[in-house]
Design a protein around this ligand. Structure first.
Ligand SMILES: Nc1ncnc2c1ncn2[C@@H]1O[C@H](COP(=O)(O)OP(=O)(O)OP(=O)(O)O)[C@@H](O)[C@H]1O
Ligand SMILES: [Mg+2]
Length: 319
């Protein structure tokens, strides 16, 4: 393998995406509320982590990459916490826009005796306003020429519109920056002309309007997506079945998944786009990059919670 993991440290990455705070309230239940037939959770501890596009950033900074971000966050305590966490990772937050009536996205899990009993979401998934789009665009015009790689982490929270993607692609093409998006939704035409997409099998099936009931069907769906979204490359992730990559001609290659013991698959997609992007930007081939992303995702799913892989762990997995 010609891929040098150490060279990830030299890669400059811009993440454009839906930033979130994942909150966890840990407690115990020993009584039912006198007010309503619901359990009362006595909270013992509260923890918060960066989620959504923020978890892509966690994966990138764990590899030592130099990261800037464009997204939205509010000015309240959750937004301030988000900025604090990003700054602690050394991330340039100059592209974060505060939009009136758009709270900082937060998903709070209530966990009693290690069992999730409720999740409370605060978010506004409406499309960003034209004012926000212009503010973000100004940042992109300044930032994209300075980076090697642009990762778009779409969690359907309103930032990643077709217009924003098309502006990103246009700017990135001028400086030859690689653009990769982890897509959401049924209409992949919004990602047109991006270098690469990384849907999971279900997302790819829905976007292609095809049942993914055989390897042949998956290949047909992949080819259809490559064509309709005019992609250079496509990587469909298939959970425990690994991943299938396609070049612009639609020739597929398959990579088997790596983890033997799986604890938590959440966030595996964030690891895939991060390591795939860093590897391509470091000059590795598509297949090598996908293999590295697969190895990193294998490390992450074997850890508890939404985790990241370290440089040493990834080196070990690839040697
Ligand atoms: N059970 C598993 N065993 C081994 N590897 C796995 C497993 N689940 C996921 N992976 C690895 O993670 C990659 C991405 O997983 P998946 O296809 O589930 O993405 P995803 O649905 O986008 O994940 P998420 O949205 O939870 O972040 C897979 O291609 C594989 O490399
Ligand atoms: Mg995903």
């Amino acid at each position: 393998m010609t891929l040098n993991i150490e060279s990830y440290k030299k890669i400059r990455v811009l993440v454009i995406g839906d930033l979130m705070i994942d909150g966890y309230l840990w407690g115990d239940v020993d009584r039912i509320s006198p007010e309503a037939p619901v359990p009362v959770v006595a909270v013992k501890q509260e923890t918060t982590t960066l989620g959504g596009a923020g978890n892509v950033i966690n994966n990138l900074t764990a590899m030592g990459a130099c990261v800037s971000v464009a997204g939205t966050a509010g000015m309240g305590s959750t937004g301030r916490l988000m900025l604090e966490k990003l700054k602690a990772l050394g991330v340039d937050t100059g592209g974060i826009v505060d939009e009136p009536d758009r709270p900082t996205t937060k998903k709070t899990r209530i966990i009693a005796a290690n069992q999730q009993v409720l999740r409370i979401d605060r978010e506004n998934p409406d499309e960003i306003s034209s004012v926000t789009l212009e503010k973000v665009t100004r940042f992109l015009e300044k930032e994209i020429p300075r980076v090697d790689l642009v990762l778009i982490s779409d969690y359907a929270k309103g930032l990643v519109t077709k217009e924003l993607i098309q502006r990103t692609v246009q700017i990135a093409q001028k400086s030859n920056a690689i653009t990769i998006a982890d897509p959401k939704g049924l209409d992949f035409s919004k990602y047109q002309n991006i270098s690469m997409l990384t849907p999971n099998r279900k997302e790819a099936g829905l976007a292609a309007g095809m049942a993914m009931d055989s390897p042949e069907a998956l290949v047909r769906a992949g080819r259809k997506i490559i064509k309709t979204a005019r992609l250079d490359r496509l990587l469909i992730t298939c959970g425990k079945d690994g991943m299938v990559g396609f070049d612009s001609c639609g020739s597929p290659f398959t990579i088997k998944s790596r983890a033997r013991q799986v604890f938590d698959v959440s966030g595996a997609g964030d690891t895939v786009i991060s390591i795939l992007g860093l590897s391509l930007a470091a000059g590795a081939s598509f297949q090598e990059s996908a293999a590295a992303a697969n190895a990193a995702a294998g490390i992450v799913v074997a850890k508890v919670g939404t985790a990241t892989a370290s440089v040493d762990e990834l080196k070990g997995a690839l040697s």
